[in-house]
Design a binder for this molecule. Structure first.
Ligand code: IPE
Ligand code: IPE
Ligand code: MG
Length: 237
């Protein structure tokens, strides 16, 4: 790998295609999610090795609650198991885990598992691994608008003081830089309510690869494509 290559500081992933991966093999959708978990484990390691500093993954959207209960249950189980099984590796590799999204809808068991992994990995300095769980960009923005309005109502904040930084700071991602690259697997070319504010100047990369098949080579291809992009931010070079 070219050491001089431009690496995204913040890489975000829409891990899509687990269900189709399973169906293609005559398996249950939940087996696709298990295979997806393996791909995620490898990607966390690979991204950290390649020098990514922030890795955000879309693991469960607010809309995903509408899936069959059996699938939702399997996903919840996988979240709990996943964080439990991975904790030692994450600590060893200096990976700090942070969850974004509305936790209040999760069961106590899931909330505990999330809180525990955040606590256990808080000292990690190699890479921040952000899990978007019960996340949607519109609900995030709605919550931010509400909290800003409350502050104005209480007289703590003047309307004139509302600017782009204040909005950014009112989101779940307050302490996290905007994503430089967003990868979506499985051939779908949409954001599905993911990081809409934060993605303003993100480079988008879509691949046909189904998430469980997303390996080191697929990640390298995406990073190679990113390295070729010319980010102009509305300016003239
Ligand atoms: C992504 O894979 C994982 C989650 C949304 C949790 P899907 O489950 O959406 O897989 P497809 O899109 O149905 O193939
Ligand atoms: C987006 O995938 C959400 C996650 C990857 C967690 P979906 O499969 O839920 O999105 P749509 O339905 O194709 O837009
Ligand atoms: Mg999908």
């Amino acid at each position: 790998m070219n050491a001089e290559r431009k690496i995204p500081q913040h890489l975000a992933l829409i891990m899509d295609g687990n269900g189709r991966w399973a169906t293609l093999r005559g398996k249950q959708r939940s087996e696709g999610h298990i295979a997806g978990m393996e791909a995620l484990r490898a990607t966390v390691r690979n991204a950290a090795e390649m020098g990514v500093k922030y890795l955000t993954v879309y693991a469960f959207s607010t809309e995903n609650w509408g899936r069959p209960q059996e699938e939702v249950d399997a996903l919840m189980e996988l979240i709990c198991k996943g964080v439990e099984m991975e904790s030692a590796q994450l600590i060893e590799n200096g990976i700090k885990v942070v969850a974004i999204g509305d936790r209040s809808r999760f069961s106590a068991k899931v909330r505990e598992a999330i809180g525990k992994i955040e606590q256990m990995t808080a000292a990690g300095e190699q890479m921040t691994f952000i899990l978007a769980l019960n996340y949607s960009s519109r609900s995030e923005l709605t919550a931010a608008v509400k909290s800003i309005a409350e502050r104005v109502k209480r007289g703590e904040l003047q309307c004139e003081a509302i600017d782009e930084s204040l909005i950014s700071e009112s989101l779940y991602t307050a302490a996290i830089p905007d994503p430089d690259l967003i990868i979506r697997t499985s051939g779908e070319c949409r954001l599905s309510n993911f990081l809409l504010w934060q993605a303003s100047y993100a480079e988008l990369y879509f691949t046909e690869v189904l998430w469980p098949d997303f390996d080191r080579k697929a990640l390298e291809e995406a990073l190679e494509a990113y390295a070729q992009r010319d980010r102009r931010y509305g300016l003239v070079k």
